[in-house]
Design a protein around this ligand. Sequence first.
Ligand code: HEC
Ligand code: HEC
Length: 389
Amino acid sequence: MKQVPAIVVTAAFILCGVIIGVKAQPRPVAQMAAAPQSQAGAKTAEQTFKNIQVLKGVPAEQLFPTMQFIAASLGVECDFCHVQGAFEKDDKKPKQIARKMIEMMYAINADNFDRHREVTCYSCHRGSARPLAIPAVSGEPADTVAEVNTLAAPSMAQTETKADAGPTADQLLDKYLQAAGGEAAIDKITTRVMKGTIDFGGKSFPIDIYSKAPDQRISFTHLPEGESVTAFNGHEGWLGMTGRRAREMHGSELEAAAIDADLHLAAHFKQMFSHAEVRGTEKIDDQPAYVVMGQREGKPPMLLYFDEQSGLLVRMVRFADTALGLLPTQIDYTGYKENDGVKVPLRWTLSRPEGRFTIQISEIQQNVPVDDSKFVKTPDPEPAKSGGR
Ligand code: HEC
Ligand code: HEC
């Protein structure tokens, strides 16, 4: 996994958002094999971007996650295929090949897998621009994350059965709720204010995080060039940088922000899942953990890893749906400490194919007053005021 600073990725997104002015709502249906879900009325990629030939019908908001999926599958950066500042141009050969590859991928799935998205760019590329054609001498066993794509496919979801007699998913979710303090104690938490550091790319910056029940959250990362903000106010989410226009979150990104903002999340998993099942055990930091896969109506599934002993949540893997495949985000939680009767992880690492960051909390306060004004979007910068530096 490459270490690209999350903030750089975020900044690149903000820039792209500003340059291209992406604006779209979720909507259902596109006409291709296993196309992503969306809602009627919102813009498609070809209505929003200049030169879309094969990703037609894909919701515009999914174009960037889809591009991230391609980049992650091939282990390349955007400029492998794109001319700087002119994404619509077809000058680079790899971009032209990629178009053919997208059509090939759809055709493979249509011809062989009943249009289910079984084969993706990653199936062949495995993080390299040039797929291997010769088997390796020693292979890594496929882990649950790699299987999710198949498990989540409509054809497979119903046929899986559990063989051994370990705990059920419901029991593990209950055990976690108890281990985290129990529903009553968790419900009593109305606000949480945390201070600490965020580490990425070998650097460390101060971060402040404010949460307010039921579902508001905002974090401020203090960078030398200004403040970077990630926020969810109960219905909208946005990413911002001092002096720049905030970028709105959409689709899977917005859903993920809502999950992170849920102050009583431990009590809500059960109602979130339409179906949950145990997928076996995996070792995390040498400790065995149960893997629970939760299915969500019309959304990608989620994986939750519960420490076998403590019952606490040690890892969450969630997926953004893109036009070509599922893009994973993994969060590892450690350093649980009890505060006001609830256990809160004071360290977590968020990893994506393009990079990761770790947050270490040094100060935590709960049930202190946090004004709603904290979660109000800062207005767009005035055109006259030049941004940042
Ligand atoms: C392996 C090649 C490849 C990589 C890597 C890649 N893209 Fe693309 N990108 C494409 C192709 C192909 C299209 C056109 C799709 C079509 O015709 O339907 C496209 C289209 C786009 C467009 C639409 C441009 C327009 O106006 O028509 C944007 C914006 C874009 N990509 C951004 C990105 C970003 C940001 C990244 C890095 C995260 C990225 N791409 C990585 C191949 C790539
Ligand atoms: C069935 C296997 C398979 C799938 C699926 C697949 N590729 Fe490929 N791809 C290949 C092979 C094999 C090559 C190398 C061909 C060669 O060496 O000439 C390649 C080459 C490429 C290249 C050129 C790389 C270079 O170094 O110039 C790009 C770009 C690319 N693929 C993009 C994609 C994208 C994007 C997807 C998903 C939409 C995808 N591929 C899906 C097998 C696949």
